[in-house]
Design a protein around this ligand. Structure first.
Ligand code: DX5
Ligand code: ZN
Length: 226
């Protein structure tokens, strides 16, 4: 029996001058998470948002905040995001060695939050092996991190299948989140392979009716999973 797929709209594609309005729209659409893309201009070239946005989001929504840290040295800033009310904090495996990754996961758990680990499209999934049974979520990037509105990289669904298998072999089932280029045409293939959480930037937040767009993607995701 599968759990329903959750949609995590990325506010990177929202209208920042009308952020409260956009949050209300995606809340009403039934968002499972609100995905917050933090970029530092180092790990990725782009620079986006940080702790103050997380703090303020926490005041206006009860939807769990899924904070995706695309930053170098996440250990330095981690306590701020935990204090700000992040429900899930996901760090990139590319910027941490195995010990650092384990330490950061423990730190997130000690604060009562859920821990995620993410890999870029070209990163070997081997790096997940030591932590797949320690994390609550694995985030598979299906575009190069840095910008919303990019096209889905074909073959990302096969990476989802590999992670599902890796987790199963260890007897665990972390949430598998897919991020990048998700829309009505691409969501089916990753959900058919076992993705549980779908990040949607442009396809939801930039749509004329974000709630309707979210629900349509969710419908296709769940149909593909079954
Ligand atoms: C990319 C970000 C994504 C992005 C998704 O680096 O991590 O979350 O905002 O946007 P879309 O769905 O438009 O590809
Ligand atoms: Zn993201």
């Amino acid at each position: 029996m599968f759990e329903p797929v959750k949609i995590a709209p990325s506010i990177l594609s929202a209208d920042f001058m009308n952020l409260a309005r956009d949050i209300e729209r995606i809340d009403k659409g039934g968002a499972g998470f609100i995905h917050v893309d933090v970029m530092d201009g180092h790990f990725v070239n782009n620079l986006t948002m940080g702790v103050p946005i997380v703090k303020q989001l926490k005041r206006v929504t009860n939807v769990p905040l899924d904070v995706h840290l695309m930053i170098d040295n996440p250990q330095k800033q981690l306590p701020w995001y935990l204090d700000a009310g992040a429900d899930y904090v996901t760090v990139h495996a590319e910027v941490l060695d195995e010990n650092q990754l384990c330490e950061i996961i423990d730190q997130i758990h000690q604060a009562g939050a859920k821990a995620g680990v993410s890999v870029k499209p070209s990163t070997s999934l081997e790096v997940l092996k030591p932590v797949v049974d320690r994390v609550d979520m694995v985030l598979i990037m299906s575009v190069e991190p840095g910008f919303s509105g990019q096209s889905y990289i074909e073959g990302s669904d096969e990476r989802v299948a590999e992670v599902v298998l890796m987790a199963r072999e260890k007897g665990v089932s972390p949430l598998i989140e897919v991020d990048g280029g998700m829309n009505v045409d691409t969501v089916g293939k990753v959900c058919a392979q076992g993705a549980d959480v779908i990040v949607c930037g442009n396809a939801v937040c930039a749509a004329s009716d974000p709630a309707a767009a979210l629900q349509e993607i969710e419908r296709i995701a769940n149909a593909a999973q079954a």
